[in-house]
Ligand binder design. Sequence first.
Ligand code: T46
Length: 132
Amino acid sequence: MSLIHLIDFPPLGDERGSLVALESEQTVPFNIKRVYYLFGTQQGVARGFHAHHNLQQVAVCITGKCRMILDDGHHREEVWLDSSTKGLVIGDLIWREMHDFSEDCVLLVLASEHYDENDYIRDYEEFLEVAK
Ligand code: T46
């Protein structure tokens, strides 16, 4: 099964421009407890390099683009996030890396849990053990 699960957000625009609505437990398949966004990422910098024990997220590139790598401990897949109408679902125990941020990239992330540093697995070898 593919690790890349993209949600298509219906664009609700009209002649004035575009609009996308993200609704908890509707367009987004969980209760949203936290929203954060990454922006101003320096050129050549990669982010992520961790997994979570218990966290569902949807990531959508509002402007610009970045390349996301997902890894379940068995195989890796990558996808370009380059559309404000496509959200990438990232579940538990998935190692993620973000590369090749464009200068204008704003990556919006909707999360099912509040921030908890103890939920992070930041060591790849430890992740492989847990993911077994
Ligand atoms: C993920 C990818 C897509 C907070 O205080 N609250 C928060 O909600 C978050 C997300 C981070 N932080 C702090 C923790 C660090 O001191 O902000 C700093 C940067 O976080 P981090 O190094 O974890 O950022 P990324 O870009 O590597 O990863 C983030 C999320 O942490 C992660 O869950 O899936 O974006």
